[in-house]
Design a protein around this ligand. Structure first.
Ligand code: ATP
Ligand code: LTN
Length: 340
C-alpha cells in the first residue's frame, strides 16, 4: 500500500482549537489552554493552535462581537503563555484547506454518526430556532482541522472525546478507501480538570454559554467577582472537604484548587481536615486569583498592541497554510480530482 504520510516530519504534532463563541471560562483554561502551554514548553511536539471561527458560526454570531471575541481569544492564548512567535497560532478561516477537507470528509461521514454526537444534541436543544446543517456536520470539519496537520495528539477537555473518536474513524475510513493518507490522532485529556463543573449545578459542565453568570468564572472576570462567585458556589450541608457521593460541588472546587496549585486530592483533603468550607473557599479563590491576575495583566498589555497581534496571526496563517496545503493537495489527488 502506498504510504504518503509525511515521513520527513521529525517531531510529533499537536493541533487544537477553541471557538470564539464568547469569553473564556476557567473550564476552557483548565481543560484545554493550560495543557497546551505545558505541552509547548516540553518542546517535544510541533504545535498548531487555532481559533475555530468557522465553527463559531454554527450558532448565530453578531459580526462585531465575533470580531472582538476572535481578537480577545488570540490575546488570551498569548497571555496564558502560548509562544505564538515560535509556533503558529492562527484563525481557522485564514486557512482555506479546512473547508476544502471538511467537504471531502462530509462526503465520507454518515448521517447516523453525526446524529449520535452529544454536542449536536445539546446545541440543537439550546438553539432550537437555528438547527442548521453546519451544526450537524461540525464534527467532520473538526476532523478536517486535525487531519490536515497530521496531528498525533489533540489536547481537549473530556466533552470532545466523542468528536475525537469520530475523527479517528474518518481517518481510518479514508486511509482504507484511498491508501494511507492521514495520521490517526490520539486525544490528550488531562487527569485533573478534564471537566470542570458549573459552580451552581455541579452535575453540569461549566460553560461560557450558561445563562447563569454565577455558574462560571471567566478568565477576565474582575478579581472581586471571582472571589464572590467562588464564595457562592454550591457545596452541601456537611462541612468536610473530601470527595464522594453527594459531594460533587466540593469535589469540583477541589479539582479547581488542585489544577491551580498542583496539589493532589489527598493533599487537599489533609490540608483542610477540621476546617470548614469558609476557609476552603477562601483558599480556592486565592489560588484562582494568583493564576488569573498575571494573565489579565498580560492580556491588557497585549490588547494595547494591535499591530503585534496582527503580525502574530499573519505569521500563524502562513505557517498553517504551508502545512495544510500539502495534505489537501494529496487528498484531492487521491480522491481523483484533476490537478489544476
Ligand atoms: P460552549 O459553552 O459555547 O459550548 P465551551 O465553554 O464548551 O463552549 P469550547 O470552545 O467548546 O467551550 O471548548 C474549548 C475547549 O475547552 C475544548 O477542548 C473543551 O473540551 C474545553 N472545555 C470546555 N469547557 C470545559 C470544562 N468545563 N472543563 C474542562 N474543559 C472544558
Ligand atoms: N469542537 C471544539 C473546538 C474545536 C477543536 C478543533 C478542538 C474545533 N476544531 C480541533 C480540537 C481540535 C469544541 O467545541 N470545543
Amino acid at each position: 500500500m502506498e504510504n504518503n504520510i509525511e515521513s520527513t516530519q521529525s517531531k510529533k504534532r499537536i493541533l487544537s482549537g477553541i471557538q470564539p463563541s464568547g469569553a473564556l471560562t476557567l473550564g476552557n483554561y483548565v481543560g484545554a489552554l493550560r495543557n497546551w502551554v505545558q505541552l509547548q514548553k516540553e518542546d517535544i511536539y510541533e504545535s498548531y493552535y487555532m481559533i475555530a471561527d468557522l465553527h463559531a458560526i454554527t450558532v448565530r454570531q453578531e459580526p462585531k462581537d465575533l470580531r472582538k471575541n476572535c481578537m480577545d481569544l488570540l490575546a488570551l492564548f498569548i497571555a496564558c503563555g502560548l509562544d505564538a512567535e515560535k509556533e503558529p497560532v492562527f484563525f481557522q478561516s485564514h486557512v482555506p484547506a479546512h473547508t476544502q477537507l471538511g467537504w471531502v470528509l462530509d462526503c465520507n461521514t454518515y448521517m447516523g454518526e453525526l446524529s449520535r454526537m452529544t454536542q449536536f444534541k445539546d446545541k440543537s436543544r439550546k438553539h432550537a430556532d437555528n438547527i442548521n446543517a453546519g451544526l450537524f456536520t461540525y464534527p467532520s470539519l473538526m476532523a478536517a482541522d486535525i487531519l490536515l496537520y497530521q496531528a498525533d495528539l489533540v489536547p481537549v477537555g473530556k466533552d470532545q472525546k466523542q468528536h475525537l473518536e469520530l475523527t479517528r474513524d474518518l481517518a481510518n475510513r479514508f486511509n482504507n478507501a484511498y491508501s494511507d493518507t492521514f495520521k490517526v490522532p490520539e486525544p490528550y485529556i488531562p487527569k485533573i480538570g478534564a471537566k470542570i463543573m458549573s459552580l451552581q449545578d455541579p452535575m453540569q459542565k461549566m460553560s461560557k454559554s450558561d445563562p447563569n453568570e454565577n455558574s462560571f468564572i471567566l478568565l477576565l472576570d474582575p478579581i472581586d467577582t471571582i472571589v464572590k462567585k467562588i464564595k457562592r458556589a454550591v457545596t452541601d450541608s456537611g462541612s468536610e472537604v473530601c470527595c464522594g457521593e453527594g459531594k460533587e460541588g466540593v469535589e469540583n472546587l477541589m479539582s479547581i484548587y488542585s489544577a491551580m496549585t498542583n496539589k493532589t486530592m489527598d493533599e487537599i483533603t489533609a490540608e483542610f481536615e477540621g476546617k470548614g468550607y469558609g476557609d476552603f473557599k477562601s483558599a480556592v479563590a486565592e489560588s484562582v486569583v494568583d493564576v488569573l491576575k498575571p494573565i489579565q495583566e498580560r492580556y491588557a498589555d497585549l490588547m494595547k498592541n494591535k499591530d503585534y497581534l496582527e503580525s502574530v496571526y499573519k505569521m500563524g496563517a502562513e505557517k498553517a497554510n504551508y502545512t495544510a496545503r500539502k495534505t489537501i493537495s494529496k487528498v484531492y489527488r487521491k480522491v481523483g480530482f484533476i490537478q489544476p
